[in-house]
Design a protein. Structure first.
Length: 295
């Protein structure tokens, strides 16, 4: 059994987590470059939370320019046990209305040109990703959202597009045909990297608009989105408080905590020392650059 330490990645509409106790702002360095922001760390109802603003203070980083590797690496360095991502999303289904929340459980990755892995140069790993979202954390977060007053939908299939432009009407119809029901720009490679860092990951999406598949309506308007995001952000902060109160007192181990045991294919004696040094947080369980001498 272990204690919970929830890492929260706040997206559009959630740039700060609300009232943490014993709060500290810390600039944490990453082996993978500059993260989006310093972290805020503190407690909510006795549970440790560490918050990172995905797009930076003042929303200065577009989805394509977020350093996802650095963000996940920094949260791992802070000692988080699980990651809850909170993101603005568009709806691809009539029943998912602006202002509603969606617990995402599957992701279709349409991004391109982003760094997708911590591994590959000197140490190779292939993590399983059939189910990219942790069902335990997702269920706890969804229930917390309902207690916070959100209209919550389950079984969200998220299509991640590159952006920063919104989709064309033809693309929006195509994604609906694929079975996707929400759309966003940041879940990938974030979910992939969390898995490689052995961090269970859940994603709660905050619906801001209907994308552009409804032919009778005008194109997506950022002004309208910002109005919806303001209300969504307040509900999300309440959700974090409800989540803190609902977490079991002790955290049972997750299979994701040790996923690298079945993912790294490079024999240990072949590991590149520089690559291993960069993985000192992500793979901290396995990395021992200077083992104690024998005898």
């Amino acid at each position: 059994m272990a204690e919970w330490h929830i890492g929260v990645i706040g997206g559009s509409g959630l740039y700060e987590p609300g009232k943490l106790e014993d709060v500290q702002e810390i600039a944490v360095n990453s082996a993978f470059g500059e993260p989006s922001s310093p972290v805020l760390t503190g407690t909510l109802h006795g549970v440790k939370f560490t918050f990172l603003a995905r797009h930076g203070a003042g929303h200065t980083r577009s989805p394509s320019h977020v350093n996802y590797r650095a963000n996940v690496d920094v949260l791992k360095r802070c000692g988080v046990t699980d990651i809850l991502a909170i993101s603005a999303i568009g709806s691809l289904r009539e029943e998912f209305a602006p202002g509603d929340f969606v617990a995402v459980d599957q992701i279709i990755d349409r991004t391109a040109g982003r760094e997708r892995s911590f591994f590959g140069e000197g140490i190779v790993a292939h993590v399983p990703l059939a189910d990219p979202v942790c069902p335990r954390l997702s269920d706890l977060a969804a229930k917390a959202g309902k207690k916070a007053g959100a209209t919550m939908h389950d079984d969200g299939i998220y299509v991640a597009i590159e952006g920063p432009q919104f989709s064309t009407r033809a693309e929006s119809h195509l994604y609906r045909d694929w079975g996707a029901n929400v759309i966003g720009m940041t879940a990938m490679p974030e979910a992939r990297l969390a898995r490689e860092a052995e961090l269970p990951y859940a994603l709660i999406g905050m619906v801001t608009d209907y994308d552009c598949w409804r032919d009778s309506e005008e194109d997506v308007d950022v002004t309208d989105i910002l109005k919806v995001m303001k209300g969504n952000g307040e509900t999300a902060r309440k959700m974090l408080g409800e989540l803190a109160k609902a977490l079991p007192k002790s955290r049972k181990a997750s299979p994701i905590d040790t996923i690298l045991d079945v993912a790294i294919v490079t024999p240990r004696e072949e590991w590149d020392i520089a690559a291993a040094a960069k993985l000192d947080a992500v793979a901290s369980r396995l990395i021992d650059l200077f083992p104690a001498p024998q005898g």
